[in-house]
Design a protein around this ligand. Sequence first.
Ligand code: AMP
Length: 391
Amino acid sequence: MKVLSVNAGSSSLKFKLYEMPEGKDLISGNFERIGIDNSFYTIKINGEKTKKELSIPNHKVAFTILVEELINNNIVNSLEEIKGIGHRIVQGGDYFNKTVIIDEQVVAKIEEFSSLAPLHNPAAITGLRAAQEVIPNAIQTAVFDTAFHQTMKVEQFLYGLPYEWYTKYKARRYGAHGTSHKYVSERINEILGRQDTKTIICHIGNGASISAVENGKCINTSMGLTPNAGLIMGTRCGDIDATIIPYIMDKTGLSIAEVTNIMNKESGLLGISGISSDSRDIEDGIKDGNERCVLAQKMYVRRIIDYIAKYYFEMNGVDAIVFTAGIGENSPLTRAQVIEGLEVMGIKLNGEANNSRSREVKITSEDSKIPCYVIPTDEEIMIAKDTFELI
Ligand code: AMP
């Protein structure tokens, strides 16, 4: 059965088509700059990538092109072969705790939660409406980034604010990256060979979050009402004293929208280093003796250690710590520095094993009290699996 995994942004559409249940990747690609000038798309079949530039005015046109590519490349003979389409939805609020088949009621709920993810949920609706029009016979599912974190207890997801802000306005911790945390936590349990585990999953990429997972269920996570909480990220500040916001507004005359934008797009590694949000540039800066890059890296690593320590105590121990996503999978330096900071827990790095990128590997020595692993994440296959299982 062929299942399409889709991630629609306001001007982009990422996709991957799988043969399920084998999970064989048949074709993947990305439509970019949809609805703006210089739009293009890339597709990858059997490892071969091609790029085509043409006008892509909206998501419906993108899906139409996608279908043409599938037929022209003999990946499907007819649209009927695509039985399911799984859509990544950023915010499912406190309503969705698992993947669901999309109907009008589900769309209305996703719309309702748009105020919690104003950039993401409306774009996902645009994507799923376009898919419904172009591939009407497929069963469409909504896979929520927040669903995996719905097992958190109230004392973990509530803020120390008036309780009515939660009951009236739904102001609480929701978390994000749930599909990745779920995939990686399931994989580490396979590696450990049991389900009754306590694991800490560090999804550290441009966006970054850490989850504490007990017996396969999330008990706490570092992102909050929005993804701008917890760790220092590429351009997001993560945890701050909220009172900084009115203080800076008062000092600078910046509006709430401007301050929010700076906290999301001009902070984190970029804000501290003053040069880049990309950890490769930060690492180059460190080699060149750039003190602000040294500082940015120090702060970035410190915050990760702090969260691991917090969850270690919260779960009363941990069986494994896992690194994933862009930096977690590709930066031996960041992993080594984090593990160095965990020495007090009896964790010992295996330098040689750590010196690898983008592959599943144990990076601690045999005498390390707690093993640490790198597990490349795969949100797309998780979306396809959930969709396949629902069908
Ligand atoms: P993601 O958001 O998961 O795609 O992660 C993107 C981030 O991963 C980039 O911004 C880089 O900072 C980081 N990254 C990717 N490759 C490397 C690498 N080879 N070394 C260090 N960091 C990397």
